[in-house]
Design a protein around this ligand. Sequence first.
Ligand code: GLA
Length: 385
Amino acid sequence: MITKESINASFKDIFHQDAQVTVKSPGRINIIGEHTDYNNGFVLPAAIDKYIYVALNERNDDQLHLFSADYKEHYQTVLNTIDSNAPDWAKYIIGVAQLIHKTTDKVKGFNLYLEGDVPLGAGLSSSAALSCATGFGINELFGCELSRIAIAQIGQQTEHEYIGLKCGIMDQFASVLGKENHAIKLDCKLLTFEYVSLDWSEYEIILLNTNVKHNLASTAYNDRRNSCEQGVKWVKEQYPAVESLRDITLAQLDAIVKPKDEDVYTKCRFIVQENQRLHDAVEAFKNKDMVELGQLLFKAHWALSKEYEVSCPELDFLVSQAENNEFVVGARMMGGGFGGCTINLIKKGNTESFINTLSPAYKEKFNLELTPIKVKISNGTSMLL
Ligand code: GLA
C-alpha cells in the first residue's frame, strides 16, 4: 500500500532530503458523455480510488530533478528548458511547472518523486492525475494561490502544448474536483457543475481492462476533433451566432453538413446525440431508473463504435457479451477509446460469475488477459497529511 510514509521514505532515498509537500490526485471513470468535452458539451465523470502520488521539495537553484518510480527513471533539466526527447512523464511535470511559472512568476527549482497505482494506458487518465498532482504540489510548495479549476486548466494546456493531444477538460476536472460517491455533471463550456449521487444499493460498477494500450496522441483523437470543428465552421457560415456543436440542432446538421461531407456529418451528429443521452442519463439517475440508464450506456457504446469510430474489436466483444448477460444492465467503452476499459453496471452479487465466464472467452478470442478493476468513487486531489 502506498502511504505518505512510504512516499516520503522513497523521496529521502533518492534525494537525501525530506519532502516538503506530498500530494495524491485520482484517476477517473466517466459514466456517459464521451468526446463531448472538447465540443463545449456535458460530461459525467467521477474520481476513483487509484492515484498518482508526488512528493516535492524546493531547491536552491533553477533545476528540476525528477524521479519516476514506475519507470525507475531519473530526469534532470532546468525550469525554463524543454527537450523534445524528454520522456512523456517528465514532459507533464515540466509543462505544468513552466505554465504555472508563466502565470505566477513564483516557481523555482524543485525535486519531485512520482509513484502511482492508476493503471497506465487503460483510459483511467493517469496522465491527467499526474498533471493535477504536480500542479497541486507546485501550487502548495511555492504559494501560487491557484484555484482547483486553474490547476485543471493548466493540466489540459500541458496536454495540448507539451504532448500534442488536443483533449478537453473532463479528466483534469474530475481529478481535482471529484467527490466521494458522486459523479460530476460538468458543463464544459461554462465550467459550472453539479454533483450527482451514485449511492445505489443494488448495483455496482466494474471496469474491464482489455489490456489493449492506447496512446491517444497517435490515434485519431485529434482527427475527430477536427471533424467536429469543420462541421461547426460550415453551420456558422449560415448561423454566425453558433460557437460549437452544443448550439447546433440535428436539423441544421442535416441541412448544411450532410450534403457537404457524410463523415463529418456522422461525427457531428454523434456529439449532438451524446449530449442528449447524457441529459437523459441524469434524469434516469434522478428517477432511480437503472434499466433506462443501462440502455443509454449500451446505445452510447454502439454509437461510439459505429458512428464516432473510436472503439476496437476487443471493446465491442466485451460490450456484446455484457448485453447477453441478464445481470449487466449497461456497459460501454470508456474514455478516448481505441483500447482501455469498458465500464459495466451490474446487479450486486453477480460480478464474479460474469467475469468468470467472460475472461476465458476473451482470452480465447484475443489471446489477451482481461483485468477486472474494482473502483470506489472518491474525492479529488488532496495533500497527504
Ligand atoms: C480523453 C480526453 C478527454 C475526453 C475523453 C473522451 O480521456 O483526455 O478530454 O475527450 O478522451 O471523452
